[in-house]
Design a protein around this ligand. Structure first.
Ligand SMILES: Nc1ncnc2c1ncn2[C@@H]1O[C@H](COP(=O)(O)OP(=O)(O)OP(=O)(O)O)[C@@H](O)[C@H]1O
Ligand SMILES: [Mg+2]
Length: 260
């Protein structure tokens, strides 16, 4: 097992006028190459801040202490790290064709000319299982459903062949059937491309169905990490148990009895 990134004592605070909000507090976490790691936790626990810190995309108002060590070299956001967010409309430009947006990453980071990049875009649209990729190249985002737009956003995120794909609540706005389809797509893409997946979600059931390991965040701290099986069967933290209790289908009755 090789290390993709070693996060050491990472703290991030945001200045808000005279106040400072701690978004991450002394986080230590090793991300293994090729693993599917889920980050779960309540709203405001620091999940997105962790993703932005990894991608080197924290805003100027953020104060970061601690280190992120990349044994294979510091990645370039957009090329080595692809990101997919909750709202695909936010990452897709309404006035650019689907082909232009997916090809853009290949032009910017792989040095392809537009003709070659459009061919790659067509292949990527097929990889994310969108129908009729050739005509889709000329379509605009508003002509697609939410689930289809999220597939386009995933195609754009992997256009430059990233080593790490970060999906930040990427399925939260979708209905459960489309959500399951996108999760299945992410699973097969990361396996085929040998990517590492950081899957950020509120949903512990979704996390355990997809991830090898789950890291639980609460109030800026990493409170628990383990294999998906360990976290769902033997949570050490009361907070994790309470997240599980909200998904009783994942736990055995004695566990709920003990922890409640
Ligand atoms: N750009 C920013 N400026 C000021 N404060 C911020 C900024 N980004 C995040 N924060 C604060 O940092 C803390 C962690 O936020 P973060 O967005 O990482 O949480 P999260 O776990 O992703 O939440 P959610 O599940 O709602 O997306 C919160 O208190 C938030 O208000
Ligand atoms: Mg977030």
């Amino acid at each position: 097992m090789t290390t993709l990134a070693a996060i050491e004592d990472l703290s991030v605070a945001f200045r808000q006028g005279s106040r400072s909000v701690t978004a991450l507090d002394s986080v230590n976490l090793t991300i293994n190459s090729g693993e599917r790691l889920a980050i779960i936790g309540e709203s405001g626990s620091g999940k997105s801040t962790l993703a932005l810190a990894l991608a080197g995309l924290l805003p100027a108002s953020a104060e970061q202490i601690g280190k992120i060590h990349w044994p294979n070299g510091r990645p370039l956001p957009g090329r080595d790290i692809g990101m997919v967010f909750q709202d695909p409309s936010a990452s897709l430009d309404p006035v650019l064709t689907i082909g232009e947006q997916v090809a853009e990453g290949a032009v910017a980071h792989l040095g392809l000319d537009w003709k070659a990049a459009r061919l790659r875009a067509r292949d990527l649209l097929a990889r994310v299982q969108l129908p009729d990729p050739q005509s889709l190249l000329h379509a605009f985002p508003h002509q697609l459903s939410g689930g289809q737009r999220q597939r386009v956003a995933i195609a754009a995120a992997i256009a430059a062949g990233p080593v790490l794909l970060i999906a930040d609540e990427a399925t939260s706005a979708l209905d459960t059937i489309v959500q399951a389809e996108i999760v299945a797509l992410l699973r097969s893409l990361v396996a085929e491309e040998g990517m590492t997946l950081l899957f950020i979600t509120h949903d512990i059931a979704l996390a355990s169905s997809l991830a090898d390991r789950i890291a639980v965040f609460r109030q800026a701290k990493l409170v628990e990490i383990g294999t998906s099986a360990d976290i769902t069967r033997h949570p050490r933290e009361f907070y994790t148990a309470s997240l599980l209790a909200a998904h009783i289908d994942l736990t055995t009755p004695p566990l709920i009895g003990e922890r409640a």
